[in-house]
Design a protein around this ligand. Structure first.
Ligand SMILES: Nc1ncnc2c1ncn2[C@@H]1O[C@H](COP(=O)(O)OP(=O)(O)OP(=O)(O)O)[C@@H](O)[C@H]1O
Ligand SMILES: [Mg+2]
Length: 292
C-alpha cells in the first residue's frame, strides 16, 4: 500500500513536523510506503474542465486545512483522511456547532457574529451587544471561528469590553458563547479514531479560563467516563470524522466545546502513553483495504 501525507507549505511548527514523522514511522511499521507532499495547489487542480491529479496513491492523510484541495482530491477519486466535508466543518467553530445542533449533543449556548463584508460601513453594535448579554449573560466567551491554541478565544467581563472586542474583529467570522463557569480553566481532550474514543487527558490552567493556553496549561492522563466517551463518539460520527481531538467542557452534563480534525497528538502520547499514531495508521489501512 502507498499513501501520501499532504502538508501545508507554510506550516513550519516543529510539533507539526514531529507529527508527520510519527505517522510515517507507524505507517512504515505496517508496511505502508509514505510520501510527504506539500500542498502547493498543483497537487490537484482543474485542467480542461476536469480535476487533474498526479498523485499515485491509495489514500491521502490530510494534514492541511485547505478545504479546496481536499475536495479536489476527492473529486479525483482519492480517499482523504479526514474527508473534505469533515475537515471543512471542523475548521469553522460556528459551523461545527451548527452541524451538531438538533442531535441531542450538549454544548454551550452559541450565537453567530453578524457577517460584516463592508468594514467602512457605520455599525451599531450596541443593540447586538445588548441582546448577547441578555441571551448569554456575562461574562461572554468570544471566539473567532478559525483559531487554535486558545489564541483567538477571550472572555469579556462587561458589555463595554465586549463591544470593543467585536469592533476589533467584526470583519472576521466569530461567535459568542455562554461562559461555562463550572468548567473554567479545565476541560478534557479526547481522541476519537474510527468511531471509538481511545484516550483522554485532563487539561487544567489555574491562571486562565482557557485550559489549553500556554504556558500554564497542565495535562494529566484521565480515565474516560462512559458518558464523555459516548458524547465524543456521537459528535465525531455526526461530523463524519475518522480522527479527531474533542474538547469537552466539564459541566453536568459534559458539553462539547469543539472538534479538532487535525488535532496534535504528541502531548497526548507522552501524557497517556497511548500510541495515537499507530491507532490512526491502523484505522486508515483497514479503511483502504475494505475499499479495495
Ligand atoms: N464556553 C466556554 N466556557 C468555558 N470555557 C471555555 C468555553 N469555550 C472555551 N473554553 C475554554 O477555552 C479553551 C479554548 O477554546 P477552544 O477549544 O474553543 O478554542 P481553541 O483554543 O482555538 O482550540 P484548539 O487549540 O483546541 O484548536 C477550551 O479548551 C476551554 O478550556
Ligand atoms: Mg480547543
Amino acid at each position: 500500500m502507498k499513501g501520501t501525507i499532504l502538508v501545508n507549505p507554510y506550516d513550519a511548527y516543529p510539533v507539526q513536523k514531529r507529527k508527520v514523522a510519527r505517522m510515517v514511522q507507524e505507517f512504515d511499521s505496517l508496511g505502508v510506503q509514505i510520501e510527504v507532499v506539500e500542498n502547493d495547489g498543483f497537487v490537484a487542480y482543474i485542467k480542461d474542465g476536469d480535476v487533474k491529479c498526479a498523485l499515485q496513491t491509495d489514500f491521502v492523510l490530510y494534514f492541511d486545512k485547505d478545504r479546496i484541495a481536499a475536495r479536489l482530491l476527492e473529486r479525483a477519486g482519492i480517499r482523504v483522511f479526514n474527508n473534505a466535508a469533515a475537515t471543512e466543518i471542523c475548521d469553522d467553530k460556528m459551523l461545527t456547532h451548527t452541524v451538531l445542533a438538533n442531535f441531542g449533543i450538549p454544548m454551550p449556548d452559541t450565537v453567530a457574529g453578524p457577517l460584516c463584508y463592508n468594514p467602512k460601513a457605520a455599525t451599531n453594535l450596541d443593540e447586538y451587544v445588548c441582546k448577547a448579554v441578555k441571551t448569554l449573560g456575562l461574562p461572554v466567551v468570544v471566539k473567532e471561528c478559525h483559531g487554535s491554541f486558545g489564541e483567538q478565544v477571550c472572555l469579556c467581563e462587561e458589555a463595554k469590553t465586549l463591544k470593543d472586542k467585536l469592533e476589533e474583529i467584526k470583519t472576521k467570522p466569530y461567535l459568542l458563547q455562554r461562559y461555562e463557569r463550572e468548567s473554567g480553566g479545565r476541560d478534557m481532550r479526547v481522541i476519537v479514531i474510527g468511531g471509538k474514543a481511545v484516550c483522554a487527558m485532563l487539561r487544567t490552567n489555574d491562571a486562565d479560563f482557557r485550559s489549553n493556553a500556554a504556558p500554564q496549561s497542565r495535562c494529566e492522563k484521565a480515565d474516560l467516563p462512559q458518558e464523555i466517551a459516548a458524547l465524543c463518539e456521537k459528535a465525531a460520527r455526526i461530523v463524519g470524522l475518522d480522527y479527531c481531538g474533542v474538547d469537552v467542557l466539564l459541566t453536568d452534563p459534559p458539553k462539547i466545546c469543539e472538534l479538532n480534525s487535525n488535532a496534535m497528538f504528541e502531548k497526548m502520547e507522552t501524557t497517556t502513553n497511548f500510541n495515537v499514531a499507530r491507532a490512526y495508521a491502523q484505522h486508515i489501512v483497514e479503511c483502504v483495504n475494505k475499499r479495495r
